[in-house]
Design a protein around this ligand. Structure first.
Ligand SMILES: Cc1cc2nc3c(=O)[nH]c(=O)nc-3n(C[C@H](O)[C@H](O)[C@H](O)COP(=O)(O)O)c2cc1C
Length: 388
């Protein structure tokens, strides 16, 4: 049996094992000395470190963790994009990297609230830069002010549970009540347009577009290598890099994961010839899309760095909201990306779904139901902090 067939079979098997297995939960994640998912260490008293320990758990592209923190005072710090943690091939204008600044800010604001502080956030305190450039200026200045009179944000309770769920969703159809809860939650806080699409015809088109988009993405060796670089082939790599994602984040676990990592997945072989790995991504995209009945996107009329950051905040809330409702959520960004090869398919995507050409779809994702997957790794908060 070759590697591809093994993963295919394992992938199918895992879905059914997952439904009955009690081992497949987020609490089954690896030891906390390299995952931050088990809550705050009791010795951490500094409120800045406390909120940052939550913020680092936010969704972010390829789990690159593209953040630098400059501490500016006893309860304040600045957030910068880490220029060494970009995705130049798949995110050439750093739009997704800036969405990942917004998810970070939203998570830290919710964490501050839950800990009895208000996070006062000033965006681009030294001025905003253009949306095709990256200049070393802070994305936000954050000041934490004690405030015990605030209404508690119920999403605080889901920060340690939230994740992106790449499993199949068994064609779960969100009911009217779930859809209106999501829409209402978005209306209360969200600034940008949310579209939910759950028609069978729309789904058929979406499956084709998402699958083609992945085919295009893996058709270029540099783009392919960017993803392979962030793929963690085994626990040793996870421990070493503490970023990226591996088979556990697709839902594989236990013996299947062990066998896949030990006998079938190997960085050297994949890097020598990534064809099979790429085709696997295409097959999985098709399979998970076909298993989904509800797709959604967040879009904006403007596309400034500020729009991107605020969309990140909206997206993060949506992911926490679905978590609170026992739903699963998974971004599928390929067709939104800005490299030349994707242009025609992106035009077709917008035409098929009546999205004005002038609008930017910032996040495209599927929603459904699935067992949770193991959380992705995170670095230590101290690794984000640099002197100004
Ligand atoms: C801007 C953005 C784009 C993303 N695009 C994808 C994607 O195309 N495919 C995917 O599987 N996950 C995507 N993700 C999810 C990330 O891979 C995920 O957030 C990251 O690995 C951390 O994992 P977690 O969300 O489970 O904590 C995206 C996340 C963000 C914020």
């Amino acid at each position: 049996m070759n590697r591809r067939n093994f993963i295919k079979i394992a992938g199918l098997g895992v879905g059914s094992v997952a439904l009955s297995s009690t081992l497949m939960s987020c609490s089954d994640s690896a030891p906390d000395e390299y995952y931050g998912w088990n809550g705050l260490a009791t010795h951490v008293k500094d409120i800045r470190m406390q909120v940052l320990a939550y913020a680092i758990l936010c969704p972010n592209p390829h789990n690159k963790q593209p953040w630098i923190i400059h501490l500016t005072g006893p309860a304040s710090f600045n957030l910068h994009v880490d220029p060494d943690r970009l995705l130049p091939e798949t995110d050439p204008v750093h739009r997704q990297i800036h969405i990942g600044q917004g998810t970070f800010l939203e998570t830290l604001a919710i964490a501050a609230n839950g800990l009895g502080y208000k996070a006062n956030i000033e965006y681009f305190p030294e001025g905003m830069y253009g949306n095709t450039e990256l200049i070393d200026k802070p994305v936000a200045a954050i000041e934490l002010a004690r405030d015990t009179g605030m209404n508690k944000d119920p999403l605080f309770n889901f920060l340690l549970q939230r994740h992106s769920n790449k499993r199949e969703y068994g064609n779960y159809q969100l009911n009217e009540s779930e859809l209106s809860t999501l829409r209402n939650a978005h209306q209360r806080h969200g600034e940008y347009s949310l579209t939910v699409m759950d028609s069978p015809q729309g789904k058929a088109n979406m499956v084709k577009i998402l699958t083609n988009a992945m085919q295009i993405e893996v058709g270029n060796p540099q783009r392919d290598m960017e993803t392979i670089e962030m793929f963690r082939f085994n626990e040793d790599e996870i421990r070493k890099f503490r970023d990226g994602f591996g088979v556990a984040q697709t839902g594989m676990n236990g013996v299947t994961k062990f066998i896949a990592e030990t006998f079938f997945l190997d960085r050297k072989t994949v890097e020598e010839d990534p064809t099979e790995f790429g085709q696997q991504a295409v097959d999985m995209t098709q399979k998970v899309s076909e298993s989904t009945n509800t797709f959604a996107w967040l879009s904006s009329t403007g596309n400034s760095r500020l729009d991107q950051i605020k969309i990140g905040r909206d997206y993060c809330r949506m992911n926490l909201q679905t978590t609170s409702m026992g739903l699963a959520q998974h971004p599928m960004s390929q067709v939104l990306q800005e490299y030349d090869d994707m242009r025609d398919l992106q035009v077709e995507f917008k035409q098929r779904f009546n999205i004005p050409e002038s609008e930017t779809v910032q996040m495209l994702f599927r929603i459904g139901k699935a067992e949770p997957v193991t959380h992705g790794p995170r670095r230590l908060v101290t690794q984000l902090i640099q002197s100004a």
